[in-house]
Structure formats: C-alpha cells, structure tokens
Design a protein around this ligand. Sequence first.
Ligand code: AMP
Ligand code: GLY
Length: 431
Amino acid sequence: MQENKQKILIIGSGGREHSIGWKLKQSEKVGELFFAPGNGGTLELGINVDIKATDIKGLIDFVKKEKIDMTLAIPDDPLALGIVDEFKKENLKIFGPSKNASQIESSKAFSKNFMSRHNLPTAKFEVFSNYDKAKEYFKNHSLPVVIKVSGLALGKGVFICESLSEADTILENILLKKSFGEAGSEVVIEEFLTGPEISTHVFTDGKSYSIFPVSQDHKKVGEDDTGNNTGGMGTIAPIPFVESGLIKSIKESIIKPTLESMREDGNTFSGVLYPGLMLTPDGPKILEYNARFGDPETQTYMRLLDTDLYDIVNACVEGNLDQIKINWKDMSACTVVLASGGYPENYEKGKIISGVKEMNDDSIVIFQAGTKYDSDHNLVTNGGRILGVSAVGANLEEALARAYKAIEKISFEGMYFRKDIGKKTLERNKL
Ligand code: AMP
Ligand code: GLY
C-alpha cells in the first residue's frame, strides 16, 4: 500500500513543526515527509528542503516537482503573505487560513477593529499611526497602558508601560524611528488587563470546530514572569483550574462568535485558530488571535492528541471536520524550552548539544528547534530556542518532574531554561 501513502510538506523550522511531523509520522496514511526548511530534528523524520518558508514560488515549484499531496503552512509569515491563496490558485492542497483570514493575527489593528465591530470581549483600545495623536491618548487614560505594534513582531512588539516617559519613548521608537519597520506603521494602545493567561486552540474547517485542551505558555524569559518577552519558554496542558463550565463559556462567548463573524465578514477561517485569552475578574477577554498553532503549545498538544493528525488536517482542508471525533489522552503534558544563553537578545550559535540521542525515558520526547548538524555531524545550536523537552504524566506535577529530570541529562554551552514552568498553576490548584 506504500504507493497510496500521502507525501506531505511541512513549512517551518521550529519545535512546533518537528512535533507536527512526529505526530503525522504515526499515521498509517502518511508516507514521505518533507520540511522546508526544517531543522536538525526533522531530519530524523524526513527530508529537509532548503527553501525558505516565505519563498512561496519556490515552494510551489517544489510541490509540483515532487508531487506532494498536501502542504501544511505552519508559521505566521507565509500565511500573512497569502501562501494558501497562491497554492489554491494552482490547485494544490494546503492546510491553513487564507491571507484575508490570517489578518486576524498579522494586523492587530484589523483584529481589534474586528473584535469591537462584533462585540467580542477584549481590552478597550484605540489605533494610531500619528505620533502626536497617540501621545494625546495618555491625557485621558490611567497607567499602566499597553502599546502594541500592529504588524507581526515575533512576540516582541508588546510593551506594558508604567510611566508616561516610558510610553513616550516607546511610541517615538515605533512611530518616528520606525524600529519595527512597516510592522510598526500603526500601533494599538489599550487598557491593561489582569488575570491568568491561557492559550486556546481550535481546529476548524470554516464551518465546524473542535477545541483542544486549554494550555498555558510562559512568555517571559525570566522566572516569575520577569524580563523580556520571548516566543515562549514552556507550556503545560490541560490547565487544572480551567473547568468545563469555563471552557463552555469560552466556546460560547469567544470561539463560536469569532468563527461566525469571520464568515459573515467574508473571511472564513480554516486551519488552527489560537486565541490568547486573559481570565480577568470580568470574564475571559481576548488578548490576541493567532492564525496558526502556537509554539511551544503544539509540542505539548502533540503528546496528548489521540486521533490521527492526518485525518484531522485533511478534514479541515476538505470541509468535513464534523465527520471526525477528536480525542485527547486523559493525561497531562508539558514542554520546557532549552534556549541559548542571551536569548531573546544576543546569543552565540554552533555549540555542541549532548544528551539528546541518549534519552531513554518513554515519557519524554525532545522536539528540536534551533538545531542543525555541523560538518563533523555534531548536533549544534543554531538559534535562540534550541530544544523543547516534553513529558507526559498522570498529572501536571508528574509530567513536570519528568521533564526537569530529563533536562539534567542534556547540555550545551550557555544552556538556559526556566525552572518554574507550571509552578504558578500548580500553586493555584492547591489553594
Ligand atoms: P500579545 O502578543 O498581544 O498576546 O501580547 C503579548 C503579551 O503581553 C501577552 O501574553 C500578555 O502577557 C501581555 N499583554 C498583552 N495585552 C495585554 C493587556 N491588554 N493587558 C495586560 N497584559 C497584556
Ligand atoms: N506560544 C506563543 C505563540 O506561539 O505565539
């Protein structure tokens, strides 16, 4: 039956893409896997193709030449560039939202206006492109305020300002000095919200949807949520204090109306929608939408998913997701990110990584992100976030203990990780 197996291309190079490949590889329907451009870990699952995630023409040529059956567009930038629309024009099968639908992530001005037009719960806000007008905002609003670059900024375009002078410097940098380039041609300024943050994800074919267990990321580089924002330093799922009643209300007040409103606006969303929420004293509010799988949420999710991932993504593309029952294991999972010292700012590359191949604990899977093999066939660091050590357990405490025990056996020069992933949630659960 080998000839009937699907040839699949996964676009991207992070731990998220490694984990999606790892899960797809378990499907009987999946044959050869290709990654563009992939990393050191994806080489163990398939073939890395040296084409950038944003080189849409190069990717289309490759898919035609290799007769790829389905492509998964995973990162935000090719989605924002309209990779899904371009593939569809060529009659090529692709998983992910259209360019118009993915604006819900790629433009915060778009998504905030969308939420306000459809009365979706979010922080009060205004959008500015003019520096003087933006400064006026502070005359009538109390501190702290949140300033957000409208365009894509790798999670680094959000500033919580405690003082007017801080807010002024940030506005000047974004709007006058153009420190974020075009992504910062507009800013969103919004009220500061408080409460625990959660990540919600749904698979959708545009008509029906299926929600994942709720997860939590740890975006700050330092322990106790201090220091700079990163792409994400660790995730846990499910979240014990998010009970079924709250999940029901999130579905009714956020997920369902979001997908319906996108459809009403002519921007039907298909793929994975990931709203980041804050559980405020006034109920769950939307901090942002992502038009894709989270990283490192996905590494944790793939450990819990108990249904063939190929069947799910295929149903999202074919528009028959309502025909599939998606199951999640009745366990807990976590992923702890091991990063290069200095991340998210300056860091060195090319450090030899040890302990990955030798890992022999069944509860652990190591997903690779910024890794590659050097000319001597050593696995070396090649980015900021290097590995995601993921563990499963009967409960969160067990999963976390296993992940941290496994980390003791892994090393590379300058290796840095947060030692408090899941800690706040475990403490909250004991209250
Ligand atoms: P975003 O990329 O919009 O999710 O923002 C990144 C991070 O900034 C979030 O994960 C929150 O921790 C924080 N943040 C964003 N918006 C707000 C807000 N209105 N109030 C408080 N914190 C926020
Ligand atoms: N986990 C954060 C993100 O994927 O945006």
